[in-house]
Structure formats: C-alpha cells, structure tokens
Design a protein around this ligand. Structure first.
Ligand code: PLP
Length: 210
C-alpha cells in the first residue's frame, strides 16, 4: 500500500484529530514525498536528526519534538520548533522559556504525562500535573504556551489495559480543560482506541512507512 493511502486511512479513522507524521528513521526524500502530499506536521525524537532534516526541507513544515529533550539542547531547536510535546520536568520548561525569550518567540508545549510506571521513564505524575495547572504555575513562563497533554500507553498488546490508561489520561485532560485543547495520544498500534477515547492529536510513524 502506498504511503498516501495509509495516511488516508488514518484520516478516515481519526477524522478530527491532527495527524503528526513521525518521521524518525525516515530519509529527507521520503519526508518530502509526504510533504508534497500535503502533510505539514512532522515529529522527530532526536534533536540532531530534527535539525538536520529541518535544514534540508521546506520552512513551512511544523516540527514537533516528541522525544526526551536534554536541557542543553533546547537552544538548537528554540529558533524554529513548532511544538515541544515532551516537556517532562519543570527545569526543562524553565529552560525552554529562557531560550524562547532569547529568540523572541513563544514556543507551544505539551506536558508529558507518565501514565505507566514501568515503561516510560519520563514525564510528570498525575499529582504533579494537577499542581502545575491548579496553581497556574506555568503562568510564570511568558514565552511558553502550554496547549495540553501528551502521553504514551504502556507497551502491551492488552487492549483493555491500553483503554484503561487512555481513560485515565482523558480524565486528567478534562480536569485541565477548557483552556487546554490538545490531547496528544495514539500511535500506530493504538491510535484508533486513543481516538475513540478523546485524542485530538495522533503521532504515527511505522504504520505509514513500514
Ligand atoms: C516513535 C514515536 C511515535 C510513533 O510510533 P509508531 O508506533 O511508529 O507510530 C509516537 N510518539 C513517540 C513519542 C514516538 O517516539
């Protein structure tokens, strides 16, 4: 099946969700093909790859950082990154704010929620997220724009377990609404479940490219 057919399938299954095409491991030529098909939102999980690809591709691409981001690397993406989905500590948020200010721009961010204790090393706990939003703590940061939450389900084939996790994530998302609009959940293997349970943004790689 062609890449464009696979994208059409995703758009049928998750009609109202924003698709972020995860381009990690993909060549610039392949990404350009997807871009020509009309996709503009691409996700990478490593700063070095992201910069290399961004330099070679059209400037109107919206790059999403989706992997763990080291504080000392924020400065490399701050001038152009569209959204940092993997904000997993207050220290990182502070650093993004500082680098965004230096570039005189506001950077859109999602707070990463660590739902599964076993697999995902990074992210905020439910308590930490509630605190962050209850006290509007993030309002101290004028150069970041927090748009919502990002999360990953546990690495399992157990559909019920995945459903239960997405339900928990959605519950927390409801608490921080209505001001926060984006819930970034759903990957190749679970995006249909995620969409059914409230996802507004899906991040999909292997289904499209493999
Ligand atoms: C790789 C990755 C994805 C995409 O996963 P696929 O299973 O290839 O669709 C989504 N989100 C994050 C954070 C990733 O690292």
């Amino acid at each position: 099946m062609h890449i464009t057919q696979k994208i059409s399938i995703i758009k049928k299954n998750a009609a109202n969700a924003q698709l972020v095409v995860v381009t990690k491991h993909q060549s610039v030529d392949v990404i350009r093909q997807v871009y020509k098909h009309g996709e503009k939102n691409f996700g990478e999980n490593r700063v070095q790859d992201l910069i290399k690809k961004a330099n070679q591709l059209p400037k109107d691409i919206k790059w999403h950082m989706i992997g763990h981001l080291q504080k000392n690397k924020v400065k490399y993406i701050a001038p152009f990154i569209y959204m940092i989905q993997s904000v997993d500590s207050i220290e990182l948020l502070e650093k993004i704010n500082k680098e965004a200010k230096r570039n005189n721009r506001r950077i859109k961010c999602l707070i990463q929620y660590k739902i599964s204790n076993a697999k995902n090393k990074f992210g905020f706990t439910k308590d930490e997220i509630e605190k962050l939003f209850n006290y509007d703590y993030y309002n101290n940061y004028n150069y970041v724009q927090i748009e919502g939450l990002m999360a990953m389900a546990s690495f399992t084939n157990n559909k019920i377990e995945i459903e239960n996790e997405f339900k928990k994530i959605y519950e927390l998302f409801q608490q921080i609404k209505p001001s926060k609009k984006i819930l970034s959940i759903g990957m190749s293997n679970d995006y249909k479940i995620a969409y059914k349970l409230g996802s507004t943004m899906v991040r999909i790689g292997s289904f499209i490219f493999n």
